[in-house]
Design a protein. Structure first.
Length: 167
């Protein structure tokens, strides 16, 4: 009743993430980096990209753009936090081959362009172009279901359904 009096909107605890990249789905356990494959940062999926545009997998707020532009964090209205980590060991590229199209604090919708990446340069200078998409606040997650097919299209293919606790 108080929410109605003060005009507060109910926030849906469930979010369906879209593919942030076009490419092939890779189970997180198969990512050749233990930080991701052993889910040290959280659960999620990964994509072996086939082109260089990275789009937002959900509507929310950009909460972090790494100075090296290789990773972006987004927070959904229900509190879910998603990290898109482009490639493996790409931090050492110091932003070379990455162009950011958003800044921290930006409001984004699913499908909005976040980054443009030169994946040929990533393949040349980093360990891998495989891009983990991590749910970083896993302690707040009630359930996560991967629903993606083997190949995904950025901004179109639904990949994961996540429900957060108590939102």
């Amino acid at each position: 009743m108080l929410k109605k009096l003060f005009g507060r909107k109910e926030v849906d605890p469930t979010v369906t993430l879209k593919a942030p990249l076009t490419g092939k789905l890779v189970p997180l356990e198969q990512v050749p980096d233990p930080v991701f494959s052993q889910k040290m940062m959280g659960d999620g999926i990964a994509i072996e990209p086939s082109n260089g545009e990275v789009v937002s997998p959900l509507s929310g707020e950009v909460i972090q753009v790494f100075p090296t532009k290789h990773a972006i964090g987004i927070k959904a209205p229900n509190g879910l936090e998603v990290l898109i980590h482009v490639g493996l060991e790409t931090v050492s590229m110091n932003g070379e081959g990455f162009e950011s199209h958003v800044q921290e604090g930006a409001k984004v919708k699913a499908g909005d362009i976040l980054l443009t990446v030169d994946f040929d340069k990533v393949k040349e200078k980093a360990k891998s172009s495989i891009t983990p998409i991590i749910l970083t606040n896993s302690d707040q997650i009630d359930s996560m279901n991967v629903i993606a097919p083997e190949t995904v299209e950025k901004g179109i293919t639904d990949v994961v359904i996540v429900t957060v606790k108590g939102s």
